[in-house]
Design a protein around this ligand. Structure first.
Ligand code: GDP
Length: 345
């Protein structure tokens, strides 16, 4: 009897214990099921404790706040990649900061110096003197090419230069008309032909006409997309050859890049560097209304806009101007020191 009671008691104990284990496992399983494994949620979970509010400078300081270890350097590389600096540029900057950092120094300050070093000094516009200077402007449709040419023309006429424009983007609907309006605003002379005309022929005429009227500078617009079988890059190389044939010499070739396109813009830029020898980049849409501008205005503290560094590091091209709006005066010469200050404020 006593043995039976003990047996029944033990059996009951096993059932109760088994139930507890099963219900706990279910709870764990349910918890897993309810978890959000979307990339955003995972990123928030893994980075939230380390990310401080504010710009890149604040984030870097927060990262170094817990002491410096291998994880800190990985974290810094991560922050830079997230700010659009690009893989090569980020690795290079981390190496530089690592070399220059000493315990107790301000990591944001060290990064600022290295950013400045990478960006190099600001560059003046290189224009031929005593003869017609030519600026060739290339970029994909929508990057802000026509607007940039208009603003640049306005700057140059404002400085007392006689400016001519060549409407060699004969493919995009209304590109010629848009440039005509900018020419009027800037007080510049314009050479254009009907839509679909040969871009090289327009450039040739423009060199002749600008030279004849004694212009100081000719700015040549080009197509950003073609509706013909000729590849765009071949066409751009041809326009450059035609300018030279007409007696012009291309002093500057600017690639207009939309800062909001991030790393895509870098791949895009590589195609252009193969076709024409670029002398610099104009980064447009760096104002607060566009995503790439957050680095300058820090409207949301997300600290993107490292595209400036990516252009320098990945393409080895200087940023010459930045577009900060759609108005005629919204083009500024790029100032590396001011940029580094704002980036790491
Ligand atoms: P294109 O096709 O490369 O000639 O581009 P457009 O010059 O026509 O510009 C495309 C759009 O971008 C237009 O709506 C412009 O007003 C706008 N845009 C150009 N530059 C800037 C800039 O610096 N800031 C902002 N916010 N918009 C710009």
């Amino acid at each position: 009897m006593g043995t039976t009671l003990i047996f029944v008691f033990l059996a009951l104990l096993c059932v109760v214990a088994g139930g507890v284990v099963i219900s706990r496992r279910r709870a764990v399983f349910r918890m897993d099921e309810d978890d959000d494994f979307s990339p955003d949620a995972v990123e928030a979970a893994t980075t939230a404790p380390e990310v401080a509010a504010g710009g890149l400078g604040a984030r870097v300081r927060a990262l170094f706040g817990n002491g410096v270890s291998e994880t800190t350097w990985d974290g810094l590389e991560d922050l830079l990649i997230k700010a659009d600096v690009g893989p090569r540029g980020s690795a290079d900057l981390v190496r530089r900061v690592r070399d220059g950092y000493e315990p107790g120094s301000d990591p944001a300050d060290v990064l600022r110096s290295e950013v400045l070093h990478v960006l190099g000094p600001d560059e003046e516009l290189h224009l031929a003197e005593g003869k017609l200077a030519v600026i060739l402007v290339v970029g994909v449709n929508g990057s802000g090419k026509t607007t940039t040419i208009g603003k640049l023309a306005k700057r140059l006429t404002g400085q007392g230069h006689a400016v001519s424009l060549a409407a060699s983007d004969t493919f995009r609907a209304a590109a010629g008309e848009q440039l005509e309006i900018w020419a009027q605003r800037a007080g510049a002379h314009i050479v254009s032909q009907q839509r679909g005309a040969d871009p090289g022929a327009v450039a040739f005429d423009a060199v002749a006409s600008a030279t004849a009227r004694g212009s100081d500078v000719l700015i040549v617009d080009t197509a950003g997309r073609l509706h013909t079988k000729t590849p765009l890059m071949d066409e751009l190389a041809k326009v450059k050859r035609v300018i030279e044939k007409a007696g012009g010499e291309v002093d500057e070739t600017f690639l207009v890049l939309d800062a909001t396109t991030g790393q895509n813009g870098i791949s895009q830029a590589r195609a252009f560097t193969d076709a024409v020898e670029l002398t610099g980049v104009v980064l447009t849409k760096m104002d607060g209304s566009a995503r790439g501008g957050v680095i300058l205005t820090k409207t949301d503290g997300s600290a993107r806009g490292g595209i400036v560094l990516a252009v320098r590091e990945e393409l080895d091209l200087p940023i010459r101007y930045v577009g900060v709006g759609e108005g005629p005066d919204d083009l500024q010469p790029f100032d590396p020191a001011a940029f580094a200050d704002r980036l790491l404020a």
